[in-house]
Design a binder for this molecule. Structure first.
Ligand code: URA
Length: 253
């Protein structure tokens, strides 16, 4: 039987039942029943079942985890589709406690995916030179991580749902590492960390932000982008000098 046919049978039955009760009641009480209107019931019953609401990626709370447990959680993460194509997760590396700077990049590329280490390709070698120019190194005083821990296929930008699924790991990494300053490289990292999703890199790099109301944070171009656009070397140098003045404030007197 068709759904509408079933519905019309049900309404007829209901109508008959109401006739019966009205007749019973009318014997005892003088009352005038209202016109019956089943249209809203019929519309509700006939309407197709609403689509289930799309569930937001659950934001787990990683705030109780130490570095080892956090890394284990990342290694076993299946919170987004990137887990299906990764070879290795890329958690982060460098000075894990109170570094002068924490660098935040976009996501692993091919070499990072194969090695499980951040910034080890050509962009990484370039980044190491930038850091060395202002007295920083991942071997001593700098920590390096990315906003997503698994490689986006073909090195595309990470999608919103991938960033959303991964950002709780990064926030806990920052809380554990407690850097003196943060350097975001590239637009995806800069936009996520500043919350300014429609700003240009040119405008973001001009500002000084405070992460969590306390950690000075600046943004600059991504080393891979600078390798393709050498005219951005000069603005990057300006940004690095600004970073240097934050972490090594000039001694006055
Ligand atoms: N680019 C990034 O943003 N991160 C890496 O780890 C490597 C390249």
């Amino acid at each position: 039987m068709e759904k509408t046919e079933k519905l019309s049978h049900a309404i007829t039955e209901l109508d008959n039942l109401m006739d019966y009760y009205e007749a019973v009641l009318r014997k005892r009480f003088p009352f005038t029943p209202k016109n019956r209107d089943f249209s809203s019931v019929a519309r509700t019953l006939a309407a197709p079942a609403p689509e289930p609401e799309v569930e937001e990626t659950p934001q787990e709370d990683f705030s109780g985890l130490d570095m080892k447990r956090l890394q284990f959680a990342v290694q076993n993460c299946t919170r987004c589709q990137l887990c299906k194509t990764r070879t290795n997760t890329v958690f982060g590396e460098g000075c894990t406690y109170k570094p002068l700077v924490m660098v935040i990049g976009e996501g692993p590329g091919e070499k990072e995916d194969l090695s499980g280490r951040p910034f080890v390709g050509p962009a990484g070698e370039f980044l190491d030179k930038w850091l060395a120019a202002i007295g920083l190194s991942r071997d001593t005083n700098t920590y390096i991580a990315n906003i997503v821990k698994c490689r986006p296929p073909q090195n595309r930008d990470p999608m919103d749902e991938e960033k959303d699924a991964c950002k709780a790991f990064l926030y806990q990494q920052i809380a554990l590492v407690m850097p003196k300053a943060i350097l975001c490289v590239g637009k995806p990292a800069s936009m996520l960390m500043t919350g300014k999703t429609d700003a240009t890199m040119a405008s973001l790099r001009q500002k000084l932000f405070l992460y969590d109301y306390s950690i000075p944070m600046i943004c600059t171009y991504h080393p891979a982008a600078v390798l393709r656009n050498l005219e951005w070397k000069a603005p990057v140098w300006e940004d690095l000098k600004k970073l240097r003045s934050i972490i090594f404030p000039p001694v006055r007197g």
